[in-house]
Structure formats: C-alpha cells, structure tokens
Design a protein around this ligand. Structure first.
Ligand SMILES: *Cc1c(COP(=O)(O)O)cnc(C)c1O
Length: 301
C-alpha cells in the first residue's frame, strides 16, 4: 500500500496492560488489544474484514446488509467515501423508510451510501438464493459485489488471522465480542499453540458456535484453533443493555480512560470481569481483550 492509500492502517495495533484490581487480586493480567486504533474511520475488526473484500470487489459497487445501528454498515459507507466507491446498504425494517434517519443511518447516508429498507421477513430469508436475488433486484444492486451481513465471509475470516498472529505469545487467553463470529473464527486460527480464544456473543440464541465452525470450514477447510463461547453475557440481545451494564461501562471508562463501545465491547469487558471474579482463569494467566471498536456517536475521550 502507498502512503496515499486512504485505508492505510496502523498495524500491528497496540497492546496495553491495564491495572485493574478486579483482575490483579485473582493474579490475572488484563491486556487491551487496541484494534480501535487501526484506522480512524474503518474501526477495529471492520478494517480487518472489509479490506480483503474491497480488494476482491475490484472497484465494483459494494452492497451489504445490516440493522439500524450496524457498525458494519457505517464502516462500509466510510470506506466507500474514502475510496470513491459506490455503496448500497440494505437495512432491516421497512418501517424505518418513512422516518427520519437515526444518527447511525444518517452517517451512512452522509457518506454516500444508498439505503434500501426491506421488511424483516424478507431480510431473514436472504440466505435463500431466490430471496437474495429478488432483494438485490429491488435494491437495484444487481452486479454489485455482495458483502454478507456483518461482513463475515471467507475473505473476512482470513483477514482476521493476522489479529491472532499479532497476539501470538502475548497472552494465554484472548477474548473478543461476537456478532457474526467472523472475527473470532479468524483470530482463533492465527493464535499459537497453547493460546485459547473466548468469544462473547452479543446476540442471544446459542446458534453461534455452529456458525463460527462453518465460517472456519469455508475459510480454512476445517474447524481451527482452540476456542469456545461464553453465552451468558448477551444482556437480552443485540443493542440491548441493562442499568448494570451501562454503569459497568461508564465506570470502566472512568477507571482507565479508555472509551468503551456499548454494543459489543462493554459486554466483552463485563464478561471478562465476571469470569475473573469467578476464578475462571488460573493465577498467572494473561488475558487479552480485543477492543474491536469505539463508541458511536464519538465519546468525549
Ligand atoms: C462488528 C463488531 C463486532 C463483531 O464482529 P463479528 O466478526 O461479526 O463477530 C465486534 N465488535 C465491534 C465493536 C463491532 O463493530
């Protein structure tokens, strides 16, 4: 990449140790892998997942899919603006079409993404080829390069292997919040023997382990690496929160001066703090938490 490349990343992302007595009193070290600092606009795992797809698209329009608060839609729209590439976002929920855009979708539109709203039933069935074809026709996106919902395909998963490799030898345990699980799938494949990965799903449903395995099979031909999911920390599902989680996240920001993204990273850090308190990590363990994003709208940090 040349220095004029608007997507040029700062890699490897920094790894910083925090002093947090909820971990240290258990003899556990907490490290933050600051993937939120890779690129100012393609944040965290979104850079790692999208750039290989942008290369595969070779200048074609990008079409992708997401909910009303999708970090992935915003990242795709930002990449489109930076590269001068047309982007189309298929948004779940046709009831949103007649309303003012929320701040996340407004940012997508301001970045030049053309938004197409679709009903939830169609959106849910888009894994069926005929439904997808009809949806792309309705969105006037035939011929565009399709990036799946959440950006997770084989290219994206392979793009996240480097995240695991950057952490090789740095920590016994590496943990990441999961939406589609693509980041975990790639990360786990890049770790060294003896390291293990924990995924913290932010959606409820218990379907994710099968999806992570399927993504690894597509990207690498087999289930790869030592990983498992901690399913207790979804707080009711995607974009759901509780006063306890909000207070935890605000307190973490206060203690450490690190902005805490609320849809994913807050649940990850809450999960690790709970697990440490339960004695889930042997004394002497170093745990690296992947900071996959930063708050939207931007926090004051
Ligand atoms: C998209 C996103 C994730 C989830 O990544 P998957 O690969 O879909 O599991 C995690 N954290 C943040 C901040 C994200 O924006």
């Amino acid at each position: 990449m040349t220095s004029a490349d608007p997507l040029a990343p700062a890699l490897p992302s920094p790894l910083a140790e925090l002093r947090d007595n909820r971990f240290s009193r258990q003899g556990v070290r907490l490290l933050l892998k600051r993937d939120d600092l890779i690129h100012p606009e393609l944040i965290g795992n979104k850079w790692r997942k999208l750039v290989p797809n942008i290369e595969a698209a070779r200048g074609r329009t990008l079409v992708t899919f997401g909910g009303a608060y999708s970090n992935h839609l915003r990242a795709t729209a930002a990449a489109g603006r930076l590269l001068g590439l047309p982007t189309i976002g298929v948004v779940r929920g046709d009831e949103l079409a007649g309303r003012p855009l929320n701040p996340s979708l407004a940012r997508c539109a301001a970045d030049g993404m053309r938004l197409h709203f679709t009903d939830r039933a169609t959106y849910r069935r888009k894994s069926e080829p005929e439904t997808m074809a009809a949806l792309l026709r309705a969105a006037r996106a035939e011929g565009a390069y399709v990036v799946p919902e959440g950006g997770s395909n084989a290219e994206a998963v392979r793009g996240c292997v480097a995240l695991g490799e950057e952490l090789a030898g740095c920590a016994e345990v590496v943990a990441v919040a999961c939406g589609t699980g693509g980041t975990l799938a790639g990360l786990a494949a890049g770790l060294a023997p003896g390291q293990r990965a924990i995924g913290v799903p932010v959606l409820k449903g218990g379907f994710l382990a099968a999806e992570v395995s399927a993504l690894q099979e597509r990207a690498f031909g087999a289930r790869t690496g030592d990983w498992h999911l901690e399913e207790r920390f979804h707080f009711g599902g995607y974009a759901r929160t509780t006063p306890e989680l909000d207070a935890f996240a605000a307190d973490f920001e206060e203690r450490h001066g690190v902005p805490v993204e609320r849809l994913y990273v807050a649940k990850l850090l809450f999960a690790l703090t709970t697990l440490a308190g339960e004695g889930a990590f042997p004394r002497g363990t170093a745990v690296a938490a992947v900071i996959t994003g930063h708050p939207f709208p931007d926090s004051t940090f």
